[in-house]
Ligand binder design. Structure first.
Ligand code: CA
Ligand code: CA
Length: 676
């Protein structure tokens, strides 16, 4: 089987260049030194008190990091032979030493010391130092060009200000998805995103042709844990000089369906999941050694703890140089790839596999889609669930029903490799498959206890054809939200909005019936607070008389009750804003007011019920209008203001987080608003 040509059919393959996403208005440079991190870390430290702070550094100096460079050798020199040997157990030879191992840049340390900070600790992996200084010095340090952020050590470490940050929270409105809305809405994904579920903490493996993820802006914030090229035995999966020009196109498109974040063009199913990437499929040939490479990649991923593996590949016919499989080999047990998938499934990995694109004859599902424990995915052509001719049909050689499920496989929105911001549409079961893999990642984020068999069963029983499965699309297109709430009460990660001497803790939840009761309780047992409901949000106000709480929740609907998290507690800082998917407010806020003074006089973060929706205008601001942005940066309303107005009424908005910016001559004053 010629894989690429089979599994991605270039129907209506269009490319459209999209401008890059910038700050909401004005230029990002105008924001510059105004230290937007203020919104997340207000200057609430009283003067002259000494404290300890984390100073997050932007880089490790200007020198490049590559074998032989001084920076590289400095990192190398810090490792003992024992450490190197131990690392060699888990890393390919050319990834033994990483940029994160390089030492903290000493000229920065010296400059911090000169500025009055005493450097107590230097941390290489996350590239920050811990200093002791007074609060005025801490404020001054934040303005240094090489400093990303300064955070009190009493707070949790907020990595969102570091490089390769996560995308903003997916508190998206449906019109932020661009044309990728169709493929996600068919699976009922947007409500899960709006609750704050994005695949966080789930590890998804992708075995494919290579991945050009470093240079596409939609994948810039993707969380890639590791990658390996099993064809050339190196750790770069994007095209290199010896590769066919299209070698990495297929894998890049497949990855983008899951991991992309580029509002208005493409939002992936699980943009905050972790990904581990393997290049095993050679597009210029079909040789049996590609099966071996696939099996090796699966072993590699399994050992690294992968939860879901996406396989948009399939094998049945090989080049004439290779020994062919006999008739009947596609019984889920015979091929090398089938055996690898069966072994991985046995070890708890959910293997999601494309059915293939050689329909419409019976028995055309390729391997490893023939494996019983695999979740095999066929394609539908549109929202009417029309079955395209190309999608491979079951049953397997031994008579089992395949595929298991289906998703959109015609005109699926993907990135393309033509440029850094190019997008297109592709077709094939290759692109239906990552829609299901990403969906499984969302389920696993919400319910880490789910086994592969349980996920298959849940999805099948919520498929469009669950009562009348067939050999083209199995149990049909699943409703992921329905599947999730059928398993248990669905909870999204908690949010915190500090509000003066208290903090609002909010939680999104959904179930099959109304969620009737949510209670927050803390670890020492001093807090037991019934949360107020404004579905899908539940919230409570906690006194911020301490920096952080260890908190858990009890939720009840009409039939069920659950604890969230199932064991242990969330540790939440009550002084810092925390939003799902570690929303980066810096990307959204234009400017803050003149630093310091006004910060302390006026709350910059406001939490109000949806029906109140009146927010005060900061004193001293003579704004002519207020601009309301949602968390994706989309302008939702422009509200003209009369002179001397002291408050602003928001338009009717759904519950969620918003930025309200007051335009006041040359500057903007912005507030973070949680509507609950
Ligand atoms: Ca390579
Ligand atoms: Ca091949």
């Amino acid at each position: 089987m010629r894989l690429i040509r089979l599994l991605v059919i270039p129907i209506h393959f269009g490319i459209r260049a999209i401008g890059s996403v910038q700050a909401i208005c004005g230029s990002a440079a105008a924001v510059g030194a105004l230290s937007l991190g203020l919104l997340l870390y207000p200057l609430e430290i009283s003067a002259a008190d000494a404290g300890t702070y984390r100073v997050l550094l932007r880089d490790k100096g200007t020198e490049t990091f590559q074998p032989g460079s001084t920076l590289y050798r400095a990192a190398e020199a810090m490792l003992s032979p024992r450490a190197r040997a131990r690392r060699a157990k888990v890393s390919p030879p050319d990834s033994l030493i990483l940029y994160a191992d390089a030492p903290v840049y000493q000229p920065y340390v010296a400059d911090l010391e000169r500025s009055g900070a005493k450097v107590l600790l230097q941390l290489r992996w996350r590239n920050y130092v811990v200093v002791a200084c007074d609060s005025a010095t801490a404020v001054a340090l934040r303005a240094k060009p090489y400093v990303l952020d300064v955070q009190p050590t009493s707070a949790v470490l907020h990595p969102q200000t570091a490089q390769n940050d996560l995308p903003p929270v997916l508190r998206t409105q449906e019109n932020s998805y661009g044309t990728s809305l169709t493929q996600l809405r068919m699976l009922n994904i947007p409500p899960l995103h709006r609750l704050g579920l994005t695949g966080r903490d789930v590890l998804v493996g992708v075995i494919d042709t290579g991945f050009r993820w470093r240079t596409h802006q939609a994948l810039e914030s993707a969380r890639i844990l590791a990658e390996y090229d099993f064809i050339n035995s190196d750790s770069l999966t994007a095209n290199e000089a010896t590769d066919h020009p299209n070698q990495d196109s297929h894998g890049s498109a497949v990855l983008s369906v899951m991991a992309a974040w580029y509002p208005d063009s493409l939002i992936g199913v699980a943009p905050c999941a972790w990904y581990i990437l393997a290049k095993t499929e050679n597009i210029t040939s079909e040789r049996r050694i590609e099966e071996d490479a696939y099996a090796a990649a699966l072993e590699w991923m399994e050992a690294r703890g992968v939860d879901v593996v996406n396989t948009s590949l399939g094998y049945s016919v090989f080049d004439s140089t290779e020994t062919p499989y006999s008739n009947g080999a596609l019984d889920g047990k015979t091929t090398i790839v089938a055996s690898a998938v069966a072994e991985a499934s046995r070890r708890g990995v959910l293997c999601v596999v494309a059915a293939g694109n050689v329909g419409d004859a019976a028995g055309t599902v390729s391997s490893p889609g023939d494996v019983e424990s695999a979740l095999t995915v066929g394609a539908v052509a549109d929202t009417l669930l029309t079955i395209p001719r190309f999608t491979s049909r079951g049953p397997t050689a031994d008579g089992r029903l395949k595929p298991d499920l289906a998703a959109l496989g015609v005109n699926v929105r993907t990135t393309t490799n033509a440029g850094a911001t190019t997008f297109g549409y592709g077709s094939g079961t290759s692109l239906a498959t990552p829609l299901i893999s990403g969906s499984a990642a969302l389920l696993l984020e919400a319910f880490p206890e789910l086994t592969p068999t349980q996920i298959k069963h849940l999805l099948a029983s919520h498929g469009s054809h669950h009562t009348v499965p067939n050999t083209a699309i199995g149990y049909g297109v699943p409703d992921i939200l329905a599947a999730a709430v059928a398993w248990d009460i669905l909870c999204a990660p908690p949010m915190v909005i500090p509000r003066g001497d208290s903090a609002v803790v909010a939680l999104g939840a959904a179930s099959t019936t109304n969620v009737e009761f949510v209670e927050a309780f803390d670890q020492p047992g001093t807090i037991r607070s019934r949360m107020v409901s404004s579905p899908p949000w539940f919230w409570t106000k906690l006194p911020a008389d301490r920096d952080s709480v260890q908190i858990a929740f009890t939720l009840r609907d009409q039939q069920r009750s659950r604890r969230f998290p199932r064991t242990g507690y969330f540790r939440l800082s009550l002084r810092d804003t925390l939003l799902p998917c570690r929303w980066n407010a810096e990307e959204l806020i234009l400017a803050s007011t003149d630093a310091g003074r006004q910060q302390q006089e006026f709350p910059r973060r406001v939490a109000i019920p949806v029906d109140e929706a009146i927010i005060p205008i900061p004193p001293g601001v003579s704004a002519q209008r207020g601009l309301v942005y949602d968390a994706t940066g989309r302008l939702r309303a422009i509200i003209p203001l009369m002179p001397y107005t002291t408050s602003l009424r928001l338009p009717q908005l759904e519950a969620g987080t918003y930025i309200v910016a007051f335009e006041d001559g040359q500057r903007y004053v912005s507030l973070l608003v949680l509507l609950y």
